[in-house]
Design a protein around this ligand. Structure first.
Ligand code: ADP
Length: 638
């Protein structure tokens, strides 16, 4: 391939401009980024070597070498990782795949954060492009591992375009040369490089080396000084998860998290443990402090990185964690699995199953500890990940008992908008309350305004608001807590009265039923295509009417969710309940006696039905007609 020049994609140029013009003071992070990339590339080469041992024959002395050249003003980072083909260079170096970086760019564009706070840039990995913080020209020479690969050379000054051409390179790997800016030559100093590597890249599992030249005075008089060059390893190499907890600093833990997660904020919790006995493995797991952008997308990254005896097997190994814990990032290193373990056999492997069980236990234990620290600490976890955790209620039978203590919901009695645990709900239940009440909906606001709550409010009974779509599934599994049934307030019959109250009301209800019998039948006929039946309500105190699902039927919220998911829906008619003590219902009843065939009666029936639809958040059938009827009513009233 002859040399040719190409333009950067817009978003890459944007990032480059940002990096080049950044006033960020810790420019040294460029080295962390380049070493991190080199380490990933070696991981990949080692993995490929499992099926293609030829790679090992060529070179298995895994390392990352840093070569400062004071005369030329260049700093070179060489690795013997997997390398890149010309095509890979174009896609990998020419686009931004990292979601953290994409989000960062979007944030910057919105708020111009960088202009205000240059320190911001260092919080996240700018990846390869960080090189341009210190260099005015970068050259990358790389050769993909494998047979008959052509080495390529990529060069750019970071402004607008880059060039690509074929070149010669003996062996597999990548070599990145930074032509340092004049004011950045401090990064050529031995002590500086040592310091940066120790600080940011000590956890890297491969040696990061540098040739160290020492000059010794000759013992013989008059003779020239003796120069010795020794290649020294600058990092401690031992994989961070293999080290004792006490030997790892928080900063190292956090740096490693950023290295594997592509997140640029520190994690919320670190779970580092080793298992010995039947199954031996080390695990270093993290609960992030913010959700990744793809948490709810169909192709969300989930799973952990898997190493076998220190050899990287793969990332996103789904079998290591249940899907509802997909927000957890981290590494598992097993000494029991065979090195040639294939992704296909992982699914049924007993060792993997044991590791998974133990990892889930540790994570749920950590989340439980967070809960013990108080609701404010717990919300740091629960706000971003509560929805995902709730999926476990439905899917993780083994841990159901733990999970039901960890889920929390808003309620009619939440303080400062903080959700409540079921245990707290039970504790403050009035003595005469026998069930746990809840209402599903799409927001706290609409749930709080629902007429279904009226009778509960008047009795002082707390009602939970289940406002996440997943809650509809949660309630299918979580049907009881501490011996108390969970009951939807917009479903089936409600029976809140004591025996005494019941007796008192029974006589009254009988009378009301007689009084309204004709009206109920009349409306039932009018709305026969819309509702299942019409009856007098025992849950309304203020509103005129509402719709409820029958015990097994679908409520409005579930219907909306299914629609949003494009799921086929069986038609489910709801029960239309009327409040016999409401003046509007009385008025309609009077109208039925006086003018049973009037169009006014028909209009009123339609209006109260539409009102009930609106308050449950459903769409009304004919908004134009509804508006017209309301306008007419206003004119009449005037
Ligand atoms: P990130 O590492 O966050 O994906 P970078 O911009 O740092 O983003 O790198 C982009 C991609 O370029 C990497 O994902 C990798 O595929 C490739 N890459 C970078 N450096 C190397 C290297 N030293 N060896 C092989 N591939 C590399």
């Amino acid at each position: 391939m002859a040399k040719h020049t190409k333009k950067f994609k817009t978003e890459v140029q944007q990032l480059l401009d940002l990096v080049i013009h950044s006033l960020y003071s810790k420019k040294e992070i460029f080295l962390r980024e380049l070493i991190s990339n080199a380490s990933d590339a070696i991981d990949r080469a080692r993995f490929e070597a499992l099926t293609n041992p030829e790679l090992l024959e060529v070179d298995d002395n895994w390392k990352i070498k840093i070569i400062p050249n004071e005369k030329a003003g260049t700093l070179t980072i060489v690795d013997n990782g997997i390398g890149m083909s010309a095509k890979e260079v174009e896609t990998n170096i020419g686009t931004i795949a990292n979601s953290g970086t994409k989000q960062f760019l979007a944030d910057i564009q919105k708020s111009k954060k960088d202009a205000a706070n240059p320190e911001f840039i260092g919080q996240f990995g700018v990846g390869f492009y960080a090189a341009f913080m210190v260099a005015d020209k970068v050259t990358l020479v790389t050769k993909r591992g494998g047979k008959d690969q052509q080495a390529v050379k990529w060069t750019s000054a970071g402004a607008g375009n880059y060039s690509l051409e074929d070149t010669d390179r003996k062996s597999r790997g990548t070599e990145i040369t930074l032509h340092l800016r004049e004011d950045m030559t401090e990064y050529l100093a031995e002590w500086k490089i040592r310091e940066i590597v120790k600080h940011y890249s000590d956890y890297i599992a491969f040696p990061v080396t540098m040739d160290i030249t020492r000059t010794e005075k000759s013992s013989e008089e008059g003779a020239e000084d003796v120069k010795t060059v020794t290649e020294e390893t600058l990092n401690s190499i031992k994989a961070i998860w293999k080290r004792a907890k006490t030997k790892v600093t928080n900063e190292e833990y956090n740096d490693f998290y950023k290295h594997i997660s592509h997140d640029f904020t520190d994690p919320l919790k670190i779970v580092h443990f080793a298992a010995e006995g039947i199954t031996e493995f080390q695990a270093l797991l993290y609960i992030p402090s913010q959700p990744p952008m793809d948490l709810f997308s169909a192709d969300a990254r989930c799973g952990l990185h898997l190493y076998v005896k220190n050899v990287f097997i793969g990332d996103d190994i789904k079998e290591l964690l249940p899907e509802y814990l997909r927000f957890v990032k981290g590494v598992v290193d097993s000494s029991d699995l065979p090195l040639n373990v294939s992704r296909e056999i992982l699914q049924d492997d007993v060792i993997i199953k044991r590791i998974r069980k133990s990892a889930v236990g540790k994570i749920l234990g950590t989340i439980t500890d967070l809960k013990k620290q108080g609701i404010d600490d717990y919300l740091k976890f629960y706000t971003p990940f509560g929805k995902t955790l709730k999926e476990g209620i439905h899917s993780d039978f083994d841990n159901f008992d733990k999970l039901k203590e960890l889920v929390a919901f808003h309620s009619t009695k939440s303080e400062d908008g903080k959700p409540v645990f079921l245990a707290d709900y039970i504790k403050r239940m009035p003595e005469d309350q026998t069930e746990i009440y809840y209402l599903t909906g799409d927001s706290v606001k609409t749930a709080a305004d629902s007429p279904h709550l009226e009778i509960f409010k008047s009795k002082g009974f707390e009602v939970l608001f289940l406002i996440d779509p997943i809650d509809e599934w949660v309630t299918q599994r979580l049907t009881e807590y501490d011996g108390k049934k969970l009951k939807a307030v917009d479903r089936g019959d409600i029976d809140l009265d004591s025996e005494e109250e019941k007796k008192e009301k029974e006589a009254k209800r009988e009378e009301e039923n007689k009084e309204y019998d004709d009206l109920l039948k009349h409306i039932e006929k009018k709305l026969e295509n819309e509702v299942k039946n019409v009856k007098l309500s025992s849950r309304l105190t203020d509103s005129a009417a509402c719709l409820v699902a029958d015990e097994m039927g679908m409520n409005a919220n579930m219907e909306r969710i299914m629609k949003a998911m494009n799921q086929p829906m069986p038609t489910s008619k709801r029960i239309f309940e009327l409040n016999p003590n409401h003046p509007v219902i009385r008025k309609i009843n009077g109208l039925l006696e006086k003018e049973p065939d009037s169009s006014k009666l028909a209009d009123y029936i339609e209006l109260i039905y539409d009102q009930a639809l609106l308050t449950e958040g459903s769409q009304i059938r004919n908004p134009l007609k509804f508006t017209k009827l309301v306008s007419e009513l206003m004119m009449d009233a005037g």
